[in-house]
Design a protein around this ligand. Structure first.
Ligand code: GUN
Ligand code: ZN
Length: 434
């Protein structure tokens, strides 16, 4: 493949601002050049420096009034819930019974799964999300349908079949034994194929028997480079339920810990109502938490304590949690993350927001050598953001006096309209204006 250069403002995170301070946390080139070849980033830097070094004939694509950033990383989302986003319910447990379980039941049909997978991946790309950690349904064919779409587009995606063998309708239950054999077959079929990865995916502690959680632990022990993806400490009634089901465990996280489900490739969605011991254990094991603000507000689950996660040095990524989350857009998700922190008396800095949606997500997924950055050698997964996407955004940004102000406005007003192009492995996979 021949090289292509993209010319625009370039911005990416270099590190967590909580660790290195704001100034050292990012790199920005107002007139930058991103050189892409064979699906990877070859070079990035000031256009004035790089243009003279390009081999003659290298195409240079100009992106007027645009900002290029790494593709966004969604560390928690449910693809079967695409069609039930914005469902009117009480809190988590009522929402699951009333809408979620019946909706997921339809994914026994591979044609339904294929149709929704197509819509779902289209929405990810329209919103600039190039990598996501994805719940399927309990049906293995749901995961086949999702991976087939992702593979065709050569996307870096992580997904898994849900494990649930109790406290759910019969039509949605597997068993400890089938969970093990079906997951193992999916791992063999998909894990490491192209840019795809597998996640062992128990729904949450209340819907798995101890035997099934033990089987999940066995899968992880036998396949140390697959992920573990589940929910943790989202809702107070959920937490009481876990206590009643597992009275011998010290806390909610300890249920997963007991079955050896913690580790550097384990991602726990929500983690709102954690005690210090749980935070400490997340840190010690290198586990990550997916913060899902639109979902937490929508279901009235609670306000995520980001400062505490920083204090305990827990890896945090950002998740939309669609369908409890109300948007596929990580820009909108950052807008809500900001408001959640405001309600906690903490101000989320725009450079921390950039980090959470890109490099922080990549670190939570242990993929920061591959994605989350525009540095040479990384996968060429990036977005072209239109700074004049709407009349109001254009007008507001004309008053912006700094990069951080521009970024803050983008995360407060931005949504899918801002994403002019999405590129994955160097290929254009979404063009807003096409
Ligand atoms: N806990 C268990 N299942 C789910 C789910 O589908 N969505 C959310 N937000 N929380 C859950
Ligand atoms: Zn979820």
């Amino acid at each position: 493949m021949t090289a292509i250069a993209h010319r625009a403002a370039l911005l990416h995170s270099l590190a967590d601002p909580a660790e290195v301070g704001l100034d050292a946390s990012y790199e920005y080139h107002a007139d930058g050049l991103l050189l892409v070849e064979d699906g990877r980033i070859q070079a990035m830097g000031p256009a004035a420096e790089l243009l003279p070094t390009l081999p003659t004939g290298t195409p240079v694509i100009e992106h007027p009034h645009a900002l290029i950033t790494p593709g966004f990383i969604d560390t928690h989302i449910h693809y079967p819930q695409t069609g039930m986003i914005a469902s009117y319910a009480e809190q988590l447990l009522d929402w699951l019974d009333t809408y979620t379980f019946p909706t997921e039941g339809a994914f026994a049909d591979p044609a339904k799964a294929a149709e929704v997978a197509q819509v779902f991946v289209g929405e990810l790309l329209r919103n600039g999300t190039t990598t996501a950690l994805v719940f399927g349904s309990v049906h293995p064919q749901s995961v086949d349908a999702f991976f087939e779409v992702a593979e065709r587009l050569d996307l870096r995606m992580i997904a898994g079949k849900v494990l649930m063998d109790r406290n759910a309708p019969d039509y949605l239950q597997d068993t400890a034994a089938s969970a093990y054999t079906d997951s193992k077959a999916l791992i063999q079929r998909w894990h490491g194929k192209g840019r795809l990865h597998y996640a062992v995916t128990p729904r949450f502690a209340p819907t798995s028997t101890p035997e099934q959680l033990e089987a999940a632990g066995r899968l992880l022990a036998e396949h140390p480079d697959v992920y573990l993806h589940t929910h943790l400490s989202e809702n107070l009634k959920e937490i009481d339920w876990v206590k009643a089901l597992f009275p011998e465990r010290a806390n909610y996280l300890d249920v997963y810990d007991h079955f050896q489900l913690l580790g550097p490739r384990s991602v726990f969605a929500h983690g709102i109502h954690l005690c210090d011991a749980e935070c400490q254990r997340l840190h010690e094991t290198g586990s990550a938490v997916a913060h899902c603000p639109t979902s937490n507000l929508f279901l009235g689950s609670g306000l995520f304590d980001l400062e505490r996660m920083e204090a305990f040095k827990v890896n945090v990524g950002l998740g939309t949690d669609v369908g409890a989350g109300t948007s596929f857009s990580l820009l909108q998700t950052l807008g809500e993350a900001y408001k959640v922190q405001q309600l906690r008396g903490h101000r989320l800095h725009p450079f921390k927001s950039l980090y959470l949606a890109t490099l922080g997500g990549a670190r939570a997924l242990r993929l920061d050598e591959r994605i989350g950055s525009l540095a040479p050698g990384h996968d060429a997964d990036f977005v072209v953001l239109d700074l004049k996407a709407t009349p109001l955004l254009d007008f507001r940004l004309q008053q912006a006096k700094s990069l951080e102000e521009t970024l803050f406005v983008l995360t407060t007003l931005g949504d899918d309209r801002v994403v002019r192009e999405t590129h994955a492995a160097g290929r254009l996979v979404h063009s807003r204006d096409a």
